[in-house]
Design a protein around this ligand. Structure first.
Ligand code: ZN
Ligand code: MG
Ligand code: ZN
Length: 502
């Protein structure tokens, strides 16, 4: 595979980038886990089942001979480790908007909505509270559309996650200081239904607007930045790393995170920043091993850069977690005495494209031969005739697996065929109800030393750090929810389904 050193990936290397943003006077040593933070950086790897960080660590150890940063965080004993449960009001299995809203409002809500109850009650989102009461500057960084459910849940209240064009307007109304991610189609007058040019509106409000990696990296410090780097989601990391035109124009998650920090660090009262590796979730939905590992690697590199910066400050709480599990991938025992499992990870090093790129190339009517060619070209693996036929039939919707909800998609069939080579198994194509890890380090991390916590407790934990006493309206009960849902239930159901097919 193409080897990417940290220096190549970051352009100047993590330490080099971090040093660009160091304050002229260091702010003193760590205040310990009990102190109050000046800043909070909340890092989310969306849809990261508990096995994903360990599989990344094993991949890096096997192929590159080095551990993940996640492992180093666990090993050095500095972080508080907690298990987080992830339910929503409507299901044991949350979607990303209800999950983010649990952090963002302290309340369980219905999947598909953002910080509101189904009767229309608006819940005040975290960023609004922290901006009003603690005068914090605010930032959102993501590899999804910037208006996607996870970042939205920190900053806005909206009846449905689907109306991203309106969510973009709400970011402007609230005045989120730094916004970096994808989603041009929700800002551009040519693709917005109302033909408004949101870039121009943000610029009039004092934002610097950047549309590519070089312009973003060239930004000088100062708040109010809108950076949008793709029409929809930012490309999968495995695609970005392997295509020069993407590498040149689209920043990495670490670059976006460090730039956002650079823009926010001089805010007089501190800042709160959400950093999301959004496409770990998307790769999990499509059961794509290289897709998920490279986006988790981008998250791991962003964490290293963020924690490196925070360590030099001593005044920043870093929280690292996910909003829910997804499809529970795992490296499975294969061959006599499981000798063959490691070879699966080694083969993953040959992958140069996401399943999305590969399956778009073969289309909806592929022959087994065209599947074999695409898999050889993009993944460096020779499928046998039966494996290629399994995939081509699924793409043509002619597979027996059409009858099995959990495995009916072409990407599931591709994952199964490749399972013979990678030895990675998946439990389905959707979110799961598992408890997930949460790590916290730096001042205020003691707030998370609970062993086990509900996702909705994160809101109170964060407000308490700033001495803010605020509660949204009381939790709606499930009975009340069912009364209010009525005919809106179908629309909300659709919202969630459309999300994971995207
Ligand atoms: Zn999610
Ligand atoms: Mg997300
Ligand atoms: Zn998802």
């Amino acid at each position: 595979m193409a080897k990417f050193s940290r220096r190549e990936v970051f352009g100047v290397g993590a330490a080099g980038l971090a040093s660009l943003y160091l304050p002229s006077v260091a702010l003193g040593s760590s205040q310990g886990s009990r102190g109050r933070p000046r800043n909070v950086i909340f890092c989310v790897s969306d849809g990261m089942s508990a096995g994903v960080p360990s599989m990344l660590d094993q991949f890096l150890s096997t192929v590159h001979g080095r551990p993940s940063f996640w492992r180093r965080l666990l090993q050095d004993g500095r972080s508080v480790q907690t298990v987080q449960e992830t339910c929503s009001l409507s299901s044991l299995v949350t979607d990303s908007s209800a999950a983010s809203s649990a952090w963002g409002s302290g309340r369980r809500i219905v999947n598909g909505q953002v910080n509101c109850f189904p009767d229309g009650t608006r819940l005040i989102p975290l960023y609004e509270v922290l901006k009003d009461r603690a005068k914090l500057a605010t930032g959102l960084v993501t590899t999804a559309t910037i208006t996607h459910a996870t970042p939205a849940g920190f900053a806005v209240s909206h009846p449905t996650r689907d109306e991203e064009a309106q969510i973009a307007e709400k970011y402007l109304s609230l005045g989120v200081d730094v916004l970096l991610g994808g989603g041009d189609r929700f800002f551009n007058s040519s693709s917005r239904a109302d033909k408004r040019n949101l870039y121009a509106e943000f610029a009039r409000a004092g934002y610097r607007v950047v549309r590519d990696r070089a312009s973003m990296l060239a930004l000088r410090p100062g708040r109010k930045v809108l950076g949008i780097f793709s029409s929809s989601h930012v490309p999968y990391e495995v695609d970005r790393r392997n295509r020069k035109e993407l590498r040149d124009t689209v920043p990495s998650l670490a670059e976006m995170a460090l730039k956002a920090i650079g823009m926010l660090q001089d805010s007089p009262n501190g800042f709160v920043l959400q950093v999301e590796a959004a496409r770990v979730d998307h790769a999990a939905h499509s059961n794509d091993p290289a897709g998920i590992l490279y986006d988790q690697l981008a998250f791991d590199e962003a964490l290293e850069a963020i924690v490196g910066w925070a360590d030099q400050r001593g005044d920043t709480l870093v929280v690292v977690t996910t909003d829910h599990g997804n499809s529970n991938p795992g490296l499975m025992g294969a061959g006599d005495e499981y000798f063959d499992s490691m070879a699966g990870l080694e083969k993953l090093a040959e992958a140069k494209a996401s399943f999305t790129t590969l399956l778009a190339q073969v289309g909806t009517q592929p022959t087994p031969e065209s599947v074999r060619e695409a898999v050889r070209e993009h993944l460096g693996i020779g499928l046998n005739a039966e494996e290629a036929e399994l995939v081509s039939k699924a793409a043509r919707r002619a597979s027996d697996l059409q009858k099995v909800d959990l495995y009916s998609g072409a990407s599931s069939a591709l994952a199964m065929a490749l399972g013979n080579h990678y030895h990675i198994g998946w439990s389905g194509p959707s979110h799961s109800s598992d408890w997930v890890p949460l790590l916290a380090l730096g001042p205020g991390s003691r707030q998370f030393a609970r062993g086990w916590m509900k996702n909705s407790s994160v809101f109170d934990a964060l407000l308490e750090l700033y001495g803010i006493r605020f509660q949204n309206p009381p939790q709606m009960s499930r009975e009340e929810m069912l009364r209010h849902l009525g005919k809106r239930k179908e629309a909300l159901r659709r919202a969630v389904r459309e999300h994971w097919l995207a």
